[in-house]
Ligand binder design. Structure first.
Ligand SMILES: [Zn+2]
Ligand SMILES: [Zn+2]
Length: 182
């Protein structure tokens, strides 16, 4: 359940709390692929809204920035958002929103829909340079072979210029050490 009817909670006193198990699917990246959502949220009635707090877990299919293969990247969403009712639950009269841009709302049927918050939070935590695994070997720069699937037949690469600089530093260090020993 990603849409929660909160009509009862809205009628309860300030400070009332409900816990909900969340389960369902959301199209996070907008490409028609649904991601499974799981987790738990706590809803608290405030004087003006319902505060949603909880941790949700999902996964998105993204491309590894090193080997360019698709993999599913687990995401943890720590959600904390206020949802403002569009109408008064008892009288049915429209309520004015606090005017904060991008506020989440509870619709006229008293349904609190977590979909958009889930989407926004997920997009924020998708890594900029995703890796299929921490030690992803990447692609061979000569033939493009995915080195996670074993080596290729290309001759060894020429040393990176940064590496020779590092070597020099190491050598200098060794010389210093030897001089110190004399
Ligand atoms: Zn990779
Ligand atoms: Zn190669």
């Amino acid at each position: 359940m990603i849409q929660i009817n909160v009509s009862k909670l809205l009628k309860e006193p300030i400070g009332s709390i409900r816990n909900y198990e969340i389960g369902g699917t959301v199209d996070i990246t907008g490409d028609g692929v649904s991601s499974k959502i799981q987790g738990e949220v706590r809803l608290t009635r405030t004087n003006r809204s319902i505060l949603v707090k909880g941790t949700l877990y999902t996964e998105v299919e993204i491309t590894c920035s090193r080997c360019l293969s698709l993999f599913s990247c687990p995401l943890t969403l720590n959600i904390e958002e206020e949802y403002f009712p569009l109408i008064d639950v008892s009288s049915g009269t429209p309520l004015s929103l606090p005017g904060e841009l991008g506020s989440f709302t509870i619709d006229e049927h008293h349904v609190l829909d977590l979909t958009e918050a889930i989407r926004q939070y997920a997009l924020l935590v998708i890594p900029m340079k995703p890796l299929c695994r921490e030690d992803c070997a990447g692609l061979c720069p000569s033939c493009g072979h995915n080195l996670n699937q074993g080596g290729c037949d290309c001759p060894p690469q020429e040393a990176d210029p940064r590496w020779s600089k590092l070597k020099k530093l190491v050598l200098t260090g060794l010389v210093d050490e030897q001089e110190g020993m004399e």
